[in-house]
Design a protein around this ligand. Structure first.
Ligand code: SF4
Length: 347
């Protein structure tokens, strides 16, 4: 393991990407970056990171702000549950830890949205503790380097990957080792067509020697995403568009967008979205189909049929607003809503 870690550390300084959360490292910046990166690509997070941190430079600042402001700033990053967790974590850091991100695993894992992986990343990168971080990239590099042929998500193979990851962080500066492993998986030891010719581990890589690098790691078969059809009602007045906050517990909960409802096979989408809106105190008349948008989130493949609609009567206070397109970014618009609005509104 020492030779592997030495090769990784020799390679990392010149190969690493210049990412904003690496330029200035602090526990809060690491925590925010890790939450943002949980389900969103580096290319999407990078241009948003500094402006978000300028707005919320520390847990105390975020804890003082309303959740809606955090959600609005999160707009475009998707998966808004993470933003709500971040806001709740900031409050807890202030209440329990005097405003300082804790440097201990149990305390970190007690924060909303922080699991074993994110805790390991914060502890190793921000506090230099020898904690392994095993994401898909690290799993792949280790499975190939050590030729682990069993399913790495289960049983003995899973345990072996974690043992090797732990041995690696105990053999060098933990934050650097973890980031080098992740970077190698992201840039060189990629899922398809790994660039073994550019790899610092090539000389000792067992999968490369066996010619099995394209087939490892063994992963369980993926479940096909569930197909979901939505009816979306696009209503407006005087150049403003009706947006609602989607209720807790449902699809896109906590985000904002035009009213929508899930349509089952055989149902009329217009009637379904009208009834769903009425149940929330919103009277709309839904008319013709004006466009269809396709979108995938987690395990759902969504077909959103967008209908023209008219508002009848007053809006319920609080969770429904009429906003001009220039103010959409003042609320936490879901990625699906942003896509649907871009698709149907004149540019
Ligand atoms: S030599 Fe190839 S398969 Fe082995 S770790 Fe490097 S990139 Fe991955």
């Amino acid at each position: 393991m020492n030779a592997t870690v030495r090769a990784l550390l020799d390679w990392f300084p010149s190969a690493r990407r210049d990412l904003p959360w690496r330029e200035v490292c602090s526990p809060w910046r690491t925590l925010v970056s890790e939450l943002m990166l949980q389900q969103t690509r580096v290319a999407v997070v990078t241009p948003r990171f500094e402006s978000f941190l300028e707005r919320f430079p520390d847990p105390a600042t975020m804890a003082r702000k309303p959740e809606a402001e955090v959600l609005a700033q999160w707009s475009g990053l998707g998966y808004y549950r993470r933003a709500r967790n971040l806001h709740a974590a900031a409050k807890m850091i202030v209440a329990r830890h005097g405003g300082e991100v804790p440097d201990e695993r149990t305390a970190l894992c007690a924060l909303p949205g922080i699991g074993e992986y994110t805790a390991g990343a914060i502890l190793s990168i921000a506090f230099g503790k020898p904690e392994p971080v095993v994401d898909g990239n690290v799993e792949r590099v280790i499975a190939r380097r050590f030729c682990i042929v069993e399913n790495v998500k289960r049983g003995a193979a899973r345990k072996r990957v974690r043992e090797l990851a732990r041995a690696a962080v105990e053999a060098g500066p933990p934050g650097e080792v973890n980031q080098a492993l992740m970077e190698l998986g992201a840039l060189v030891c990629t899922p398809k067509s790994p660039k073994c010719g550019d790899c610092p581990l090539a000389a000792d890589c067992r999968a490369r020697a066996d010619g099995t690098q394209e087939t490892l790691p063994a992963l369980p078969a993926r479940k096909a995403p569930e197909a979901v059809t939505l009816a979306v009602a696009l209503a407006g007045r005087d150049g403003r568009v009706l947006l609602v906050r989607h209720p807790e517990g449902g699809l896109l909960c906590g985000t904002w967008g035009p009213p929508f409802a899930t349509v089952l096979p055989g149902e009329d989408g217009r009637g379904v979205v009208e009834r769903s809106a009425r149940n929330r105190g919103l009277r709309i008349a839904v008319g013709e189909l004006i466009g269809t948008v396709r979108h995938q989130i987690t395990h759902r493949k969504i077909t959103a049929n967008c209908f023209a609609a008219e508002i009848e009567g007053d809006l319920p206070s609080g969770e429904a607003r009429l906003l001009p397109p220039g103010e959409f970014d003042t609320v936490g618009l879901s990625s699906l809503a942003a896509k649907a609005l871009r698709h149907v509104l004149p540019t």
